[in-house]
Structure formats: structure tokens, C-alpha cells
Design a protein around this ligand. Structure first.
Ligand SMILES: [Zn+2]
Length: 279
């Protein structure tokens, strides 16, 4: 793990391998809060020790931004410290995908932890002269992404809702239809000169988030149009104008078509004629 680098007063970030995930640290006068835990309990212990040394106050809280290995698997190192995460994480921990990833990283099943406090909307914590808001703005990169907002510092940790090291990570558990809406809510929370600390890559500004919102929104709305016009998924790359690299679009198109089709099934279009015969 790399050193904690300053982001703002009482706010730091570090990078943990192998996934180059961002680890956040926030310190008030009485306590500190860590954002994300690394991909193994040993790494979690390293993060906790480094955070304690840099913050100079006890680490009292840890937030897991979402249920992916590099953010979650270090959590066992924080036993005895309040941990906060979306309430879907505990269920996610029992899936075969998660268990296979844990095995591959050498994390024993009994070292996997769900956060001690699971919630679906928001929590606030006071670190001593520094207020922290932990909020689920909606589905996006996963079903349970959290953002950590420091209103007095103009800093927001956003997990993998936004990445700057590469294009957005469209995994099988993302929600393409909701992601842009969630980013729209996020944009409203970022001050003009605010700092957005992303899950992978250098921190970004509000314009970067707006740009990513546009790219994801355009992808999904184009897929919806194509699907409704009967354009098959195999032809979509060539027929569309996408704001993302071809290989990313190629990989995500089947998922996008499937998610749009599922949404259409949930809310079918109204049948014509709208008025009955003789009405
Ligand atoms: Zn992720």
C-alpha cells in the first residue's frame, strides 16, 4: 500500500494494490474514519495501522463503498470498530462469485465480514468538528454504492461510481439505467471547486463527473432506442456513436440490451388504441 497523500485539511487518500483501489482517511479532533478496506484482512491491518498513525486520533468508523473485493475483503481487520455499508452487502457475501474471488485472493470464508451497520439511505457521523455524511444516492456501479460527503471540506469519496484510471467498470452487477440518475444526484452535491475522490485513479472535479454522467446516459439511451427499433445487439457498435472505447462498448452491449429488455417487461408500453372501440 502507498502512503496517505493529503487531499484537504484532515483528509487523505492512499492506493492499495493489486487493484490500485483508493483508500480514504478523514480525521476530526476526536476520531477518524477510513473509506474502504483493501482486498485482504492483512492489507486491512496495514491500512488501519497507517491510518491511525497519520490521523493521530483513533479510527472509530470504516465505510465500505460497495461489495467488491478490493473495497470489502480487508474489513475483518476492523473488527471492534463501527463499520458502515449498504444493507445489500451481507447478501452479496454469500454469492458464489464473491466466494470464488475470496478463495482466489486467499481470504478464508470466516474472514469475510459484512459491515456492522447496514443501511439503505444515509447516516451521519461527527468526528469532532467535522461532519461526515454517508449516503446511498441510488444504484449504479452496484446495487449498494455509498458516497462519503465532507460538506465542510468540499470533498466527496464516491467509490467506483466514478473512476479516472479508466472507463467506468460495467460489471454484471451494475445498473445502467439508474447509474446516470445516481450521477446526476451526485453532481448536485459537488461544489464548483469540490474534490471528487474516485475508487480508482486521481481525484477529479465536477466537470469530470458530468462528462461520465453523459457517457453512461448516452450509452443506455442509445441502447434503448436501438432495441426498440429492432437493431440487433451485434449491429449496435457499428450503427451507434458511442462516447466510450469500442472494446468497452462491445463488452457492455449485451448487458445493456438485457437490462433494457428487463425494464421494458416490468413496465410494458401502453397498448393502442388508448381509447376503446366506440369510445
Ligand atoms: Zn467496484
Amino acid at each position: 500500500m502507498g502512503p496517505f497523500l493529503p487531499v484537504a485539511e484532515g483528509v487523505w487518500r492512499a492506493v492499495a494494490m493489486p487493484d490500485a483501489v483508493t483508500i480514504g482517511l478523514v480525521a476530526g479532533s476526536e476520531g477518524a474514519l477510513v473509506v474502504d478496506t483493501g482486498s485482504h484482512p492483512d492489507q486491512g491491518r496495514e491500512i488501519l495501522a497507517a491510518a491511525q498513525a497519520v490521523a493521530g486520533v483513533p479510527v472509530r468508523h470504516v465505510v465500505v463503498t460497495h461489495a467488491h473485493r478490493d473495497h470489502l475483503f480487508g474489513l475483518a481487520a476492523f473488527d471492534g470498530i463501527e463499520s458502515l455499508g449498504h444493507d445489500t452487502i451481507s447478501e452479496r457475501l454469500t454469492t458464489s462469485d464473491t466466494l470464488a474471488e475470496a478463495a482466489a485472493l486467499g481470504v478464508a470464508t470466516d474472514h469475510l465480514r459484512a459491515p456492522s451497520i447496514g443501511f439503505s439511505l444515509a447516516r451521519t457521523r461527527d468526528l469532532g468538528g467535522l461532519r461526515v455524511e454517508i449516503v446511498h444516492l441510488g444504484r449504479g456501479h452496484t446495487e449498494g454504492d455509498l458516497v462519503v460527503i465532507l460538506p465542510e471540506r468540499g470533498v466527496i469519496f464516491v467509490g467506483d461510481l466514478v473512476e479516472s484510471a479508466g472507463p467506468p467498470a460495467f460489471g454484471p452487477d451494475c445498473d445502467l439505467g439508474e447509474w446516470a440518475k445516481t450521477l446526476d444526484s451526485l453532481i448536485g452535491l459537488v461544489p464548483p471547486d469540490g474534490i471528487v475522490v474516485v475508487g480508482h485513479g486521481e481525484p477529479v472535479n465536477r466537470e469530470f463527473v458530468q462528462d461520465q454522467w453523459a457517457r453512461i446516459g448516452a450509452l443506455y439511451s442509445q441502447v434503448a432506442q436501438f432495441s426498440d427499433r429492432g437493431i440487433p445487439v451485434e449491429d449496435a457498435l457499428a450503427k451507434g456513436s458511442w462516447l466510450l472505447p469500442d472494446e468497452v462498448v462491445t463488452a457492455v452491449l449485451p448487458l445493456a440490451y438485457a437490462q433494457w429488455a428487463a425494464k421494458r417487461r416490468v413496465r410494458p408500453p401502453r397498448q393502442l388504441p388508448l381509447l376503446g372501440h366506440g369510445g
